[in-house]
Design a protein around this ligand. Sequence first.
Ligand SMILES: CC(C)(COP(=O)(O)OP(=O)(O)OC[C@H]1O[C@@H](n2cnc3c(N)ncnc32)[C@H](O)[C@@H]1OP(=O)(O)O)[C@@H](O)C(=O)NCCC(=O)NCCS
Length: 179
Amino acid sequence: MPMQIQPCDAERDAPRIQAIFNHAIEQTTALYEYQPRSLEQVQTWLLQKKADRLPVLGLYSAADTLQGFASYGPFRPWPAFQYTVEHSIYLHPQAQGKGLGRPLLSALIQAAEAQQYHVMMAAIDASNQASCALHQRLGFQCVGRLKQVGYKFGRWLDLDFYQLQLMTPIEPTEAGPVR
Ligand SMILES: CC(C)(COP(=O)(O)OP(=O)(O)OC[C@H]1O[C@@H](n2cnc3c(N)ncnc32)[C@H](O)[C@@H]1OP(=O)(O)O)[C@@H](O)C(=O)NCCC(=O)NCCS
């Protein structure tokens, strides 16, 4: 199936993004959340990304249906972390297991380089083998495991941190990355 990657549209895509988020919240440990997100929360999240000039990239099938999305935001809210982002990637359940995560995450890496970031971080539930494998395939290294920092579905959850070092920026300054 031919796929296209382009920025998500806050208005059109919000319901589908909500459905993808809420499946991950209700059925998996990909997100350490208990309550589904409302449409309003998702719309606010999308608008904030736009205001902050942070990408939300969508993977669309030929029928223009959103099959997944990927985004990043600040890693930690202090100035000296400004060249580091923490990202996330979510595919619709029917789009998983088909190798579609790779082009979407690759596009997000390109976006981070274009914006002159230096490090991408992913916090991945240690039992999420597909996500760990996907990140390793694209050059991320597991740099540590936080043990039992989560609790969901009646069990403790370990969290793995994966890191990708980018070649950008050529000349870092305290003024920060380009957006
Ligand atoms: C995690 C996710 C992004 C992965 O994308 P995907 O396109 O479904 O990934 P795939 O199933 O094609 O697998 C990617 C790679 O991992 C490998 N893999 C998949 N499941 C695996 C498993 N259980 N054990 C080991 N390797 C596995 C695949 O073989 C593939 O490797 P390859 O590129 O060498 O063929 C996607 O499944 C998803 O959105 N899941 C739900 C939300 C989520 O977990 N998001 C990540 C939060 S950190």
